[in-house]
Design a protein around this ligand. Sequence first.
Ligand code: ME8
Length: 522
Amino acid sequence: MTYYVTTPIYYVNDAPHLGHAYTTLAADVLARWHRRRGEDVWFLTGTDEHGQKILRTAQANCVGPKEWADRLVHESWQPLWEHLEIANDDFIRTTQRRHTDRVREFVQDLHDRGEIYQDSYEGPYCVDCEEFKLPGELLDGEGEYAGQKLCPIHKKPVELLKEENYFFRLSAYTDRLLAHYEANPGFIQPESARNEVVNFVRQGLQDLSVSRSTFDWGVKVPWDEQHVIYVWIDALLNYATAVGYNENPEKFGSTFPADVHLVGKDILRFHAVIWPAMLLANGLPLPGRIAANGWLLVGGEKMSKSNLTGIKPQDLTAHFGVDAYRWYFLRAIAFGQDGSFSWEDFSARYTSELANDYGNLASRVTAMVGGYFDGELPAATADGEAERAVREGLARAVAEADRLIGEELDFQGGILAVFDFVKQVNGYLTEQQPWKVAKDPSEEAAARLATILYTAAESLRAVAVLLDPVMPETSGKLWESLGAEASLGALADQRIQDAAEWGRLPAGATVTKGAVLFPRLS
Ligand code: ME8
């Protein structure tokens, strides 16, 4: 079976900001990690292009909605993912025929099964969320919004909608969903998100409006073309249509359902309640896990396109580089919790952890192999207690990182496990003082010097493999400067399991002092 990972498909109402990149990066690291385990992986991302929000944005810009979506996809979203080295296997757009045709079939099937009925509905709607809200969750407006009710997420007025719509019998799934959460404790992550969903569903679910009839930018309801399918039903189905639902049984059978849907906590209910109910109604299997990330905050509020608080990832990568960017957000914020970005924090961590701890280790070791051994990696012939401790540290780091990143989606914990090992190797060098050993002309000292440098270089070989999913460019540079390719082959072919196997880098490898991994910040 394929390990199938997804991101949300993002609305193309505006260009991406740090928050979108955060979820996508986490998914990318997870996908790369599983590829490094030798698994067959499918990593999907894409864009959500229908609905009122996109339509209004396009109108405000005096272009048609499809033209607007094309522009944003080609000029903003896809170039950003390339820039950030996102290695997705597919990119789905909800305006593609491969998607819209299948959405119609899926909804027709629900209709045929008696899961959909017609009724009228009146209620507050947030266009930014594309969601009907419950009156109880709205906030009272103040200042310019005095007297109005506001969306709790966007802090903007909701609109009162009254429409004749089609409804999905979501309420009928309350008990089956609760039973599924109970039987599968890891279905929703983190624990706090799971509790929130369980409490919400326990109150009983209401049937869900699944069509809109006051505008037409969407997939038409097959049996009543006066309606378009509600944008969230359309969007959630991307996870099925992109891997061959009703089209390619072989691909679908080996890929669907997803092992992990990564989503922001704002859209958790859609994924943990509505999506599984849709699948149950259609007789399809449920995903393995819905993992919710917290929000990147600006001034204590969710960073958002709609509120114009988005910071562009390119503003940061221009200063810190792409790899440091990829590393920082996963390293600095515990996955699942909210976090804030600050230039000060990023700069401080870059300097102490990337440049001083990791970058310096690489440059010291490669420079010493150059200076003392003419760039030819010596063999370790005088192994002792200190070397054993390094080997044990590595075995621990590999096991920890694999469990934390690969299984628990604790990116921060996994990265820290590797960086603890980097610190251990730095400490080992400080203790062993190869620069002093080098001054001793005895044969014994020569063997010690060789052993120390071999141990440090071999440690770096493992670190390059372990950090490759997070910082692919840096690992590539290190791989090259260790001369690893000639004997071990391409970095892309290394396995996480290999990282722990001591002694893979052969004596005799040609080590060069490559470019500085993390240049000083200007
Ligand atoms: O909701 N912090 O699209 P969207 C962290 N089209 N993550 C953030 C964030 C922040 N400040 N802001 C956005 C939609 N995100 C729907 C999804 S899926 C079938 C349809 C991330 O463009 C986070 O993953 O509003 C959030 O869930 C997603 O962007 C919402 O993107």
